[in-house]
Design a binder for this molecule. Sequence first.
Ligand SMILES: Cc1cc2nc3c(=O)[nH]c(=O)nc-3n(C[C@H](O)[C@H](O)[C@H](O)COP(=O)(O)OP(=O)(O)OC[C@H]3O[C@@H](n4cnc5c(N)ncnc54)[C@H](O)[C@@H]3O)c2cc1C
Length: 499
Amino acid sequence: MNGNPKANEPDVILVGAGIMSATLGTVLKELEPTLNIVLYETLHDCALESSEGWNNAGTGHAANCELNYTPQRKDGSVDISKALEVNTEFDISRQLWSFLVSKGAIPDPLAFIHPCPHMSFVWGNENVAFLRERYKEMSAHHCYHGMEYSEDHGEIAQWVPLVMEGRDKEQPVAATRMITGSDVDYGALTHLLVSHLQAQRGCSVHYKHKVIGLDRLHDGRWGVTVEDVETGERSTVSARFVFVGAGGGALELLEKSRIPEGHGYGGFPVHGIWLRCDVEKVSARHHAKVYGKAAHGSPPMSVPHLDTRIIGGKRSLLFGPYAGFSTKFLKHGSYTDLFRSIEFGNILPMLAVARDDWQLSEYLISQVLQTGAQQFATLKQFFPEAQRHDWREAVAGQRVQIIKPDAKHTGVLEFGTELVASADKSFVALLGASPGASTAAFIAVEVLEKCFNKELATAGWQDRLKTIIPTYGIDLKQDAAACRDIRAKTAAVLGLKNV
Ligand SMILES: Cc1cc2nc3c(=O)[nH]c(=O)nc-3n(C[C@H](O)[C@H](O)[C@H](O)COP(=O)(O)OP(=O)(O)OC[C@H]3O[C@@H](n4cnc5c(N)ncnc54)[C@H](O)[C@@H]3O)c2cc1C
């Protein structure tokens, strides 16, 4: 792909200025500096939807603490294969960020990432037995080198005093801790990446510009129709490659593209609410992300957790999320989003999910009906001495879970992310939201492998990609020495703990 100098005929159009487009644009521009890239965003700035600091939990998801990635098998053993995938996907992000810090594109890693221990914490004999088994499996793998485990109230109190103060001394509890974890402000990171892109020749960012149409042109390019949301003026720009990183807006644009690969996809919005505490004397006493066990029937992203957050240099606490239901696909979206997304092609998969996933409906209804007092009681299970007046409610980002066609069940609900690409590799849309921002670099590499495989096979792209991601092509789950080495290097650059 060669750089195209015409302003209305860029090589690449990125739709949506969240972490995903910002990351893909950054990687593409590093690999091919001559590329012309245009980014369109409906809102007046980048990172105002899910990528904004407070709209997500900011976990540098390395599957250290999220119990939903390690299901228990029928025989009692724990399956850590999914956790290992997520764990090593995060290494790709660490490498990209380290590269950008080392070359000065990101002046200070503290602007977006801070060391923060990742802990799992459970109570009750059954859960303690599960965590013990999980620890046994995980600590035996080099990816989880340094994982600590305790059932001792005193020791856990040293790790997280607020979680243990006021707790029944007889309650069986267990915790694991990885001190190598991180808290990430993906909003700040998106701003840094977009500013870096904007400063480069051949890149332009257009805020308050909404993509409203996608049409295949006779020469194989995409005609992208854009509306200036202030003036209503419309224009069409053509590009050889389009990436739809529009978060909750991606499904609508996938439908508009009419690519056969997108047929039958639907979306189910899940709304999130946090409890947030900005009282310094409280937040100063908690330094960890503490993940518990999800309630029965709840979607994986509803696992409750008590987190340290560092946003704009200020330390706060976050607890949640409490799930809810809203028909909006974006926080700044419309209540008609869900209804407008229903098409002839996806109605059957959507109805099949409504029929089969009644546990999710039941869970969401119970969450919506929760009173403030009931929500606070859930927080007290993690932080027994929490004071109501120290906490306030905050609305999180909106997630759109994927409903995809399935031969056996007609339709299934997916909790991960999925790239849906056209057969000719000129168009790709990112659906779903989990694990999410932390794996943005891994997703960018997946886009390269899916849509830029010819370029990726050239020596130039290979060399440059290995400069950005030195372990590209190495399976860190298998190669313990490479894993140890790259973690030590990226920890040093990003200011994270290494063990
Ligand atoms: C409650 C919650 C907690 C989470 N916790 C974590 C976590 O701890 N760690 C983690 O890694 N991830 C987490 N995530 C997931 C993470 O936030 C998302 O995966 C990530 O931010 C998605 O980035 P994005 O760029 O795809 O979308 P977004 O950040 O939503 O950006 C999409 C952008 O596209 C724009 N757009 C939409 N339609 C159009 C259009 N037609 N034209 C132009 N622009 C358009 C929108 O305005 C928006 O700015 C969480 C998400 C939620 C909701």
